[in-house]
Write a protein that binds this ligand. Structure first.
Ligand SMILES: Nc1ncnc2c1ncn2[C@@H]1O[C@H](COP(=O)(O)OP(=O)(O)O)[C@@H](O)[C@H]1O
Ligand SMILES: [Mg+2]
Length: 366
């Protein structure tokens, strides 16, 4: 019998999106083809401690997995010929757990921003999804825009503000300038964020100041954009060098914009799949999603989000390299509607990670 490859699914993490990761990871674990793969569950606490977890996915979903009966402390092996984790008991190594491939199902800080992707690269373990460079660029809204604009892909215009600059600037002058360049309403966002954390829409000077301060609580770099009036259209992309772009979906937020509550709590937020669009517009968005995926150096998966203005102008809002990944998530639904089965999506993502890892080896001989 051929030995099954061991997939380490990583969940939780230190980001504010910890709880969302628990839902996404449970879905991934439940849908891994166990005829082909063996699964190891690797949980990261909100503090950042790593554990091997051997309980069920229900307790991941309901956030009760950190139970000493089901967890063991682990630390990663950085020996390229011994890929996996050492189990620690009283700070001493007691066992070694081999891992062949990592599937990080983490959102936000330290999960989607290239940090763990770089860690697993050093540890010589193939990792599902974008590599560390692409993850870092896609996480940073300022850098994303710059790369996309240089590939002639339209994004919202934006201004960047660093906390060290803000400290020394006169706010009245700054506001006057922003009003002239962008106009109200303005969107204020931490450069590195997800799930709309720290994202706000300012209608006036007081709100601008308040929301700039809120955004600086999340990140030391923030961006400010003009309000784009339009529909929100999303495309699921899967693949490496020849990626596939799904049919499109539309979100209709229950709140004024797609904030955290509208995304995860409010049942009145609606998803329309497929989005009702003229074929030519739909094709253009899918082509732009692929062009952006390539320009940003993505691999594995990414959900590419757009605004479509009333004049049918296509504006790329942002790529999400580890999008929400449950049965009811847009990423999954778009691929399922495009003909994939749920299990097949997970299997394909694992295969893509192996293919990329092997391909990269060819270029790392010296
Ligand atoms: N410039 C904008 N104009 C209009 N709505 C926006 C703009 N930027 C963001 N939004 C709204 O805020 C939501 C979250 O912003 P986004 O940039 O996607 O951040 P996140 O990475 O947190 O999802 C979007 O889905 C959209 O509803
Ligand atoms: Mg978004």
């Amino acid at each position: 019998m051929i030995k099954k490859q061991v997939i380490g699914v990583v969940f939780g993490g230190v980001s504010k999106e910890h709880d969302i990761s628990l839902l996404s990871a449970s879905f991934v674990i439940d849908n891994i083809d166990t005829d082909k793969f063996e699964v190891k569950k690797i949980g990261i606490s909100k503090k950042g401690q790593w554990f091997l977890y051997n309980g069920n996915t229900d307790n991941i979903r309901n956030n009760s997995w950190l139970n000493k009966d089901f967890i063991k402390s682990i630390t990663i092996s950085l020996d390229p010929e011994k890929t996996g984790f050492f189990v620690l008991e009283n700070n001493k190594i007691s066992e070694f757990e081999n891992i062949d491939i990592i599937f990080p199902v983490l959102h936000g800080k330290n999960g989607e921003d290239g940090s763990v992707q770089a860690l697993f690269k050093i540890a010589n373990i193939p990792c599902v999804g974008c590599d560390f460079v692409s993850s870092a660029i896609c996480m940073d809204k300022d850098l994303t825009h710059r790369v996309l604009n240089s590939a002639n892909i339209k994004t919202t215009p934006h201004l960047t503000l660093n906390s060290y600059e803000f400290k020394n600037l006169n706010f009245d002058e700054l506001e006057d300038n922003y009003k002239k360049i962008l106009g109200y309403p303005m969107f204020i966002k931490p450069a590195n964020t997800g799930s709309s954390i720290g994202v706000n829409k300012a209608q006036n000077k007081e709100e601008l100041l308040k929301y700039i301060k809120i955004a600086f609580e999340v990140d030391k770099k923030i961006i400010i954009e003009p309000f784009v009036s339009g529909r929100e259209i999303e495309c699921a992309v899967i693949g490496n060098e020849e990626p596939f772009a799904s049919i499109l979906g539309e979100i209709s937020p229950s709140n004024d914009f797609y904030d955290f509550d509208a995304k995860y709590n409010n049942i009145n937020s609606l998803l329309f799949i497929p989005a009702e669009l003229p074929e030519q517009v739909s094709n253009q968005i899918r082509e732009t999603a692929i062009k952006a995926y390539k320009a940003l150096g993505c691999s594995g998966l990414t959900r590419v989000d757009f605004f479509l203005t009333d004049k049918n102008e296509i504006i790329l809002n942002e790529p999400n390299t580890i999008p929400g990944f449950t049965e009811i998530s847009m990423y999954t639904k778009l691929l399922v509607k495009s003909g994939f089965e749920q299990k097949e999506i997970i299997t394909r993502l694992i295969e893509l990670a192996i293919e990329k890892f092997q391909d990269d080896l060819k270029y790392n001989k010296i």
